[in-house]
Design a protein around this ligand. Structure first.
Ligand code: ATP
Ligand code: MN
Length: 285
């Protein structure tokens, strides 16, 4: 990593009220396909079930997840499935061939999801108040929230994977990486110029907060290096500044990020980073 990290130009950012936009988490096309079980879908499901890369995960894909993948293929977002990139606590990430480029497909496992942990982030987010308590609805809302958060972050000038499509518990986004493999996490690379990298992350945090959002799980594990630039990933848990715990989440993010960069020799700490963000950002304007 010999490069200087650069920033993106910002677009006009929406006012914080816009996150109250309606998000439809009710019956999806995938649920309808799963119920209908037409012949083509049965063949698709059999093909996916038999595919080597899904063998280990077979048990985790329920009927409606196959239907969601099927719908994404039908809609042209996915042409062919690749291998797994990551098997997380709540979601698996796969590569796939998209319409014109490689994509990353994040599949949330409704049954494996830690429902209570998700609830903590969703409570207090006005977008999701009415569904708290229904596990499937919470997970589906979560995926849509991740999609919406990717869009918002992108509009605010933060490098994130391009959001492409969302269907039920499946999110399709730009793949970060090369043919050799996924983009490396900040924790996995040697950082040549930690000061510049720190300043870019600080600017990202400031821009997010200024746009009314707090990441909530920011650390060297959710920042990756792609195309010589820093990208923020995993924004599903990001909350708006209206969330009652958003300041705690911001404080924790600052702590994680500052501790990491201070180990890289940058002179900073969590308090200093937090003060910088508060001083520069105005999330209510
Ligand atoms: P964890 O619980 O490990 O934080 P998660 O289930 O919340 O994971 P992510 O952090 O979004 O999911 O993704 C898991 C890993 O998959 C990431 O650390 C990253 O290496 C890889 N990944 C996620 N999104 C992409 C992408 N768009 N392109 C390439 N790799 C990705
Ligand atoms: Mn992650």
């Amino acid at each position: 990593m010999e490069q200087e990290y650069g920033l993106l130009d910002t677009d006009e950012v929406d006012t914080p009220g816009d996150e109250f936009e309606e998000i439809d988490y009710t019956d999806t096309e995938a649920d309808r396909i799963a119920r209908k079980r037409d012949r083509e879908f049965s063949q698709f499901r059999k093909r996916i079930k038999d595919a080597d890369q899904f063998k280990v995960e077979e048990s985790v894909f329920d009927e409606a997840t196959y239907a969601a993948l099927y719908k994404l293929v039908q809609d042209g977002h996915i042409d062919a499935f690749g291998g797994p990139i990551s098997t997380g606590k709540e979601a698996n990430v796969y590569t796939a061939l998209g319409e014109e480029r490689e994509v990353a497909v994040k599949v949330y496992r409704i049954n494996a999801s830690d429902f209570r942990e998700m609830g903590e982030y969703l409570q207090g987010d006005p977008r999701f108040e009415e569904i708290a308590g229904n596990k499937q609805a919470v997970v589906l809302a979560w995926v849509r929230k991740e999609f919406a958060n990717l869009k918002r972050a992108k509009r605010a000038g933060i490098r994130v994977p391009d959001p492409i499509a969302v269907e039920r518990n499946v999110l399709v986004m730009e793949y970060l990486g090369t043919e050799e493999g996924r983009a490396k996490r900040l924790a996995e690379v040697h950082i040549e110029n930690p000061q510049t990298a720190y300043e870019v992350v600080r600017e990202y945090m400031y821009r997010l907060y200024d746009a009314g959002i707090v990441h909530g799980d920011l650390s060297e594990y959710n920042i990756v290096v792609h195309d010589s630039q820093l990208y923020v990933i995993d924004v599903g848990q990001a909350v708006t500044v209206h969330h009652p715990n958003s300041e705690d989440f911001l404080e924790r993010d600052c702590e994680n990020v500052a501790n990491f960069f201070s180990r890289q020799g940058v002179e900073t700490d969590g308090e200093q980073l937090l003060a910088y963000i508060h001083e520069h950002a105005d999330p209510t304007s």
